[in-house]
Design a protein around this ligand. Sequence first.
Ligand SMILES: O=P(O)(O)OC[C@H]1O[C@H](O[C@H]2O[C@H](CO)[C@@H](O)[C@H](O)[C@H]2O)[C@H](O)[C@@H](O)[C@@H]1O
Length: 142
Amino acid sequence: MKSSSPRNIMKYNGSEFSPNDADVTYHNWMLTYPSALTSIEQIVNNTKGKRISLFLDYDGTLSPIVDNPDHAFMSNAMRAAVRNVAKCFPTSIISGRSREKVRKFVGLKELYYAGSHGMDIMCLVQSPAYHTTKVPNYIFFA
Ligand SMILES: O=P(O)(O)OC[C@H]1O[C@H](O[C@H]2O[C@H](CO)[C@@H](O)[C@H](O)[C@H]2O)[C@H](O)[C@@H](O)[C@@H]1O
């Protein structure tokens, strides 16, 4: 009975489609955890007057998931994006990998690194003068 019941029509990017179970699960998940990209205005409002620090995961976030963990390389475009955002905010990488391994993969000395799921943390010795770069408006309205 359940499989023959008519399904609701969903809309995505202006197109209508009949969702399967994975679509429905994803849709419900997105209601609970909306994408930051569709909530930029709300995020900006919530951060007004606050100091911002960015914490990033490595595998599956900065790098693609691949079969061989030693080949989980980050693209140069991603590295440039992280380098740029670190000019605006203190930026940390937190990984399940060893701290040295993830630091070598990322290769940016201006970041903080936490390895072994946060058990091994390396801080910057120098005061982060480079965080003073003004955040460009286009980040907020992209
Ligand atoms: O906290 P993360 O930085 O996301 O690290 C979590 C684990 O990532 C690595 O394993 C995962 O990525 C591999 C490469 O894409 C993939 O082959 C593996 O199946 C994934 O589980 C890393 O090897 C682990 O040590 C980290 O704990």
